[in-house]
Design a protein around this ligand. Sequence first.
Ligand SMILES: Nc1ncnc2c1ncn2[C@@H]1O[C@H](COP(=O)(O)OP(=O)(O)OP(=O)(O)O)[C@@H](O)[C@H]1O
Length: 583
Amino acid sequence: MRDAGHVEEIGRVLDGSQTGRDSFVSASWRRCVELYGMDPTRSDPAYIVTEAELRDHRKQAEWMIAAARSGLQSLFRQVAGQNYVLLLTDAKGVCVDFFGDDLFTEDLRSAGLYLGSNWSEDLAGTCGVGACIVTQEPVTVHQDDHFGNAHTVLSCTAAPIFDSLGQLAAVLDISLLRSPTPKSSQNLAMNLVTSAARRVEMANLMAESPRDWVLRLSSSPEFLDVDPEAAVRLDGSGRVLGYTRAARRLFPEGAPILGRGIDEVLSIDVDDLPDLMRDRPTEERVIEMRDGGALFGHAIAPKAPRHPHQGMRRGGPLAGLTGGDPEMNRLIGQAERLAPGNVPLLICGETGTGKTKLARAIHMSSKAQGFISLECAGLDPQTLMQNCAEAIGPTTLLLRRIEEIAPETAIALGGLLDRRPELRTLATSCFEPSQIALPRPLFHRLAGCALSVPPLRMRRDLDWLMSRHLRRHAGDAVRLSPSARAELLGRSWPGNIRELEQVLDVAAALCVGSVIDLLDLPNPVEVTPQIEKALPAPSDPWDMLEEILDACEWNMARAARRLGVNRSTILRRIRKAGLRPPE
Ligand SMILES: Nc1ncnc2c1ncn2[C@@H]1O[C@H](COP(=O)(O)OP(=O)(O)OP(=O)(O)O)[C@@H](O)[C@H]1O
């Protein structure tokens, strides 16, 4: 009776009645009859391609099968024991990979759920894979949503997988031989299959992008690094070379995406990508969208650049750091010449002047492939070693605020650099080189050349920095009134560019309309000498003298070598500190 009712309902839909079916199902039924000339009363068996045809289909889909395999395996593990079967079909609907429970092989075969079955709509009628190919959207075709009577026991949920150029490449289908009657019972299957399809697209994009930047995006900071929602692959000038399906939403509906500049839709350009790398806290990796809203970004640098300097926009990431200030131009000139070599660099300057940004730009202009960034305050020797253990080949080791390194970590670092010549250090410090309290040998290992970043109050490109920040973070329309601009140009900026950015962000949020006026500017925060005094003093390696002596079994010569001083200094310090060797 159910079969007769099904045929009768198809008839009513063809006559234009609404029967409560999803509209994509009704549309598919109409295509089956009117376009493919199918008869709902016939129970046609599944269409299986020949062995030779299957080999061809699998060969063409080889790259997708490889990209999808581990995703499918983990999805199958999640649904193990629940009678689901997973199919990966190519864009024509032919099943090229298959995961099912061996117990049901015969049942699955007779339902057409196995390798080589063709689920395109014109052969199989309304079905999950077929409807997904036509609509290019995830769908559930549940029981008598199917057109042919042969399939009305099945429930099929399918999601499309797109290649990085936006073309449909495959369909991932999760099917049940027997399912509960409500279609909503398949909501979980829908979530599983769409997430798995998204991950396959991500894996595919990553696999084809070792020489390009990839920007991963997520609306939730918690999932940014582990399971991002979308990703784009970018060339050296920030143009889109590839994308996952979910990244479409960033771009205007219907407009082409490939070749567009990422700065057209997000408030960043290619020079900002190093600031979005994983070593930065997630909450600092916020990207504003041109049409409002914000996303969290995770940029992955090319593993093997096409050529150390090739591919980046003319001038490269270093040139993007100056707006014509003569001191900055001189510094950038030095950095450009030093970047490709292996000389360890010590980058000094006040807080917020852009030392870290300069270090990242130097890394991007170097031959190094790996990039490790560590904050020295609180860094223990184990964490240092663990972070460096996985580095293979030429690697940049960025040590932020080297003046805060603990003595035992400084000792470990010296040993590490001895053993691992492929690590090139870039160290930053808020102190002048002469004020940095480090054992001499280590200091010289880190400071092959010292670069000094000028404070903002000395820079003559403040105007350029302000306009650039406003353009990227507040939108093209927002500008400064002449009096607000004059006030900002006259400030002393103890917090340097970081402070400037915060002042502009606050002003842009407070201003009414698109002009920032004097009253919109937050008052400058002056750091008083008392506050400065309260800041922790740089750590002193002599505080660790006893531990160092213990580690050297009280051998004065060894301890002297570790601390980079002579034996008599060690003896003098031992006396001064009243230390005694253990009994
Ligand atoms: N040349 C520049 N052009 C534009 N923005 C810059 C430039 N240099 C730094 N910035 C911005 O200024 C902020 C501070 O930069 P960064 O973290 O590199 O400073 P820093 O000197 O390393 O600070 P600290 O020593 O306090 O860690 C960041 O938001 C960075 O993007």
